[in-house]
Design a protein around this ligand. Structure first.
Ligand code: AMP
Length: 622
């Protein structure tokens, strides 16, 4: 007899109620959706039994939109309205896209923000196009699971910046999905293999897809996956192996340059042969070209290894670099996870095993592993798993801070802080009577504003006029679990608040992030000196400002000689500031302080006198 569990009155979810949660791998070429059913993570198929949904969207003549295989089939006949690889444009401006000449779409540069694509259905943003892919996966999941979804975890590359993450989240919302979390793809792959159950370790995620290669090094410590390094080659993948086979066929069958149709046919053959040879020792290539010529040749697995040897070794260079960036050696690696269809090739597996001196993990389908991990995470986030488990956390890739006087960056959230995180810091005004403050938010590891990336600016107005340094403004940074930032500035005495959600329209590329990190490591000493110089200049400016204000207010307390002496030191300090010599500035500040010492003392006496005017000193209790 089945036991029924009864929920207590007022409990929102009965303990036996299973919430429907999905994990989505929103890929450049293909996308997948998975869920956890009866404790097993499973990829959901469409009604024809296909698990992979080609990430292709077509805006058709009849006003309908097709997604997946049917859209892919129309790619050559209707290229302008059939958009593929839209992931490459998420959160990107036109100038971020390396080469638009080979892309058949008509891009629209809107001046600010993300690039747009002109289609027969109007101008579409990458967010809207991605939303169509997500909508299709959502409907597949709803049909398969027979109910309304509670939420979804969507995966993104580890090197995606704020703009790309925000764009992905926007696309999901547009598709009507409740995003539980964005999860880094390599982290999802590690979760699929249950690596998060280990207490700690360093793992390599080797991801070779159709067109791209990504390598990530993750460290798991106390339930937190930290991305130590990422590297890769955005123009290296299974397609290059197809191309090597294609060229070999041309040479072997002594074919002249082919027309487009024959090229496509033979490239498809090459791909089939490559996939066949992952399991078999020989393949027969048979095809009739458009001129009636018969191609009939045999390719052995051994020959394929020889033809593609250089491509295999090409993946090891970024791997070496990632290891170097994370200051690790091969002996530090506890496991290697293989992701992407092209890692089915035995020569890839052998090369990786030889490089790391250990067998990589291959028992999960490398095309599905990211979606499977995302589903496990989604299942845990909606509370389906009862164990006190899996609170997966990611870390912030670059430090966040604000600009302070002198063009310096005050770091508020350090790089590698675990998400979600909130941190606050108090700031004050620089000038007497200052009623507004500009908050400039920056991302990066360097000390100077000019060397970091500007994320956003906003103004806090309505600060009550006070003496410089008297106002207290609390700037709070909050980064949610998806890496999205909101910043609030609040003047503490009046409670006036200004805030911003950072949604930068332009993103950083993976290379830019890596370069920003590298340059911060290499230039730390130089940065320290620049910071010291800027701080000296800020101190000097503050002193000049304060003394000028004092002279305006209380100049009558000075003799002509004293005034001349102070003014001479003021001019001298202004000149030394321009020299950019920190030591000279510091001694000039001291000289000005010295010249104005008596003046400061007299002002103090004067204000004490004013404060106690008319009062009987004997009656004052001090
Ligand atoms: P992905 O982008 O992860 O879907 O990977 C697609 C690439 O994996 C394509 O180049 C496929 O030809 C390749 N691929 C898929 N299955 C195999 C296989 N069995 N052997 C070799 N390559 C494969």
């Amino acid at each position: 007899m089945a036991l029924l569990q009864i929920a207590e009155p007022g409990m929102s979810a009965a303990p036996h109620q299973h919430k429907l949660a999905i994990g989505i791998d929103l890929g450049t070429t293909n996308s997948l959706v998975a869920t956890v059913q009866s404790g097993m993570s499973t990829v959901l198929q469409d009604e024809h039994g296909h698990a992979l949904l080609p990430s292709v969207v077509r805006y058709k003549e009849d006003g309908n939109i097709s997604v997946g295989l049917s859209a892919q089939a129309a790619q050559s006949s209707d290229p302008k309205n059939t958009i593929s690889s839209v992931k490459r444009f998420m959160g990107r401006g036109i100038n971020d896209i390396p080469d638009t000449t080979h892309i058949p779409y008509q891009f629209r540069d809107t001046g600010v923000g993300m690039v747009q694509i002109e289609t027969r259905a109007g101008i579409k943003s990458p967010v809207e196009i991605s939303a169509e892919i997500l909508r299709s996966l959502k409907s597949r999941a709803e049909k398969a699971l027979g109910g309304e979804l509670t939420g979804a975890v969507i995966t993104v590359p580890a090197y995606f910046d704020d703009a790309q993450r925000q764009a992905t989240k926007d696309a999901a919302r547009l598709a009507g999905l409740n995003v539980l979390r964005l999860l880094n793809e390599p982290t999802a792959a590690a979760v699929a293999y249950g690596l998060d159950n280990a207490s700690e370790g360093v793992y390599v995620i080797y991801d070779l897809g159709g067109g791209t290669f990504d390598i990530s090094i993750l460290r798991l410590a106390k339930g937190i996956f930290e991305v130590l390094a990422t590297n890769g080659d955005s123009a290296l993948g299974g397609d290059d192996f197809d191309h090597r086979i294609f060229c070999w066929i041309l040479a072997e069958a002594k074919l002249p340059p082919l027309n487009q149709e024959d090229t496509r046919v033979l490239l498809t053959k090459a791909r089939e042969v490559k996939e066949w040879l992952s399991e078999n020792s020989d393949a027969q290539i048979t095809s009739v070209l458009s001129n009636g010529k018969l191609v009939n040749i045999k390719l052995s697995a051994e020959k394929l290894v020889e033809l593609t040897q250089t491509l295999v070794t090409k993946t090891l260079n970024p791997t070496r670099k990632a290891l170097r960036d994370s200051n690790l050696s091969i002996d530090d690696i506890n496991g290697i996870v293989m992701v992407g269809g092209a890692t089915r090739m035995p020569q890839i597996r052998q090369a990786v095993a030889a490089f790391f001196k250990q067998e990589p993990l291959t028992n999960l389908d490398p095309d599905k592993v990211v979606a499977l991990g995302a589903a496990i995470q989604a299942n845990a986030l909606v509370g389906n798993r009862s164990e006190n488990d899996l609170l997966l956390l990611d870390v912030i890739p670059l430090s966040l801070g604000i600009e302070t006087m002198g063009g310096l960056v005050e770091r508020i959230i350090p790089r590698n802080a675990t998400l979600p995180i909130a941190r606050a810091q108090d700031f004050t005004t620089f000038k007497d009577g200052q009623t507004a403050m500009s908050v400039h938010i920056l991302q990066g590891e360097r000390e100077l504003v000019s060397d970091c990336r500007s994320l956003a600016r906003f103004e806090l107005r309505g600060i009550p006029p006070m003496a410089a340094g008297a106002a207290r403004i609390r700037v709070a940074f909050q980064v949610d679990a998806d890496g999205l930032l909101s910043v609030t500035a609040r003047e503490q005495s009046t409670g006036v608040v200004a805030e911003i959600i950072v949604k930068p329209s332009y993103g950083l590329t993976e290379d830019e992030i890596t370069n920003m990190l590298k340059s911060s490591f290499g230039l730390a000493e130089q940065d320290k000196q620049s910071r010291a110089l800027r701080e000296a200049i800020v101190d000097a400016d503050r002193l000049i400002e304060a003394i000028n204000a004092a002279i305006l207010q209380d100049g009558h307390l000075l003799t002509a000689d004293e005034l001349t002496a102070i003014e001479a030191e003021l001019v001298s300090l202004k000149n030394t500031c321009a020299s950019n010599d920190k030591d000279k500035i510091v001694s000039s500040v001291e000289a000005l302080n010295h010249a104005s010492e008596n003046f400061a003392a007299r002002r103090m006496d004067e204000s004490v006198k004013k404060a106690f005017a008319g009062q009987d000193l004997n009656k004052l209790v001090l």
